[in-house]
Design a protein around this ligand. Structure first.
Ligand code: SF4
Ligand code: SF4
Length: 119
């Protein structure tokens, strides 16, 4: 029987968007880049910006929609910074991402397994 893909587990997670400081070179806010909305960011150094809400003791990205661990999405998906684009969920590409596991554990969610992608 053919393998059937489960729904993307990130859609019921969002933990990484409420755990890490999401910072990137300021040029990512330019229209020549993919244009992270600058109003949703703050300058944290001469060359770096961070998503608002992530540069604090309890990070929570301003662009995160929904409830962590239930149903979430990125409100600026088409314009999200590169660090978000390259962040892989554990076993999304076949290997574990300890940072994904760490973020999930901080929200009381079990680390993903291969079975979370295929049934
Ligand atoms: S912590 Fe992992 S599973 Fe959760 S949204 Fe981020 S990448 Fe996806
Ligand atoms: S920009 Fe989107 S993907 Fe990146 S941390 Fe914020 S909500 Fe998550």
């Amino acid at each position: 029987m053919a393998k059937v893909s489960n729904p993307n587990p990130c859609l019921s997670c969002g933990a990484c968007c409420a755990f890490f400081r999401v910072s990137f070179h300021w040029t990512e806010t330019s229209v020549e880049s993919h244009g992270v909305p600058i109003a949703l960011t703050k300058q944290i150094s001469p060359y770096m910006n961070a998503m608002n809400g992530t540069d604090q003791v309890k990070p929570n990205c301003v662009a995160l929609k929904g409830t962590v661990g239930e149903s979430t999405s990125c409100g600026i998906y088409e314009y999200r910074p590169n660090c978000c684009r390259i962040f892989k969920a554990s076993f999304e590409d076949g290997s574990r991402n300890e940072s994904c596991d760490k973020a999930r554990l901080s929200k009381g969610l079990k680390p993903l397994q291969t079975s979370d992608w295929l049934s």
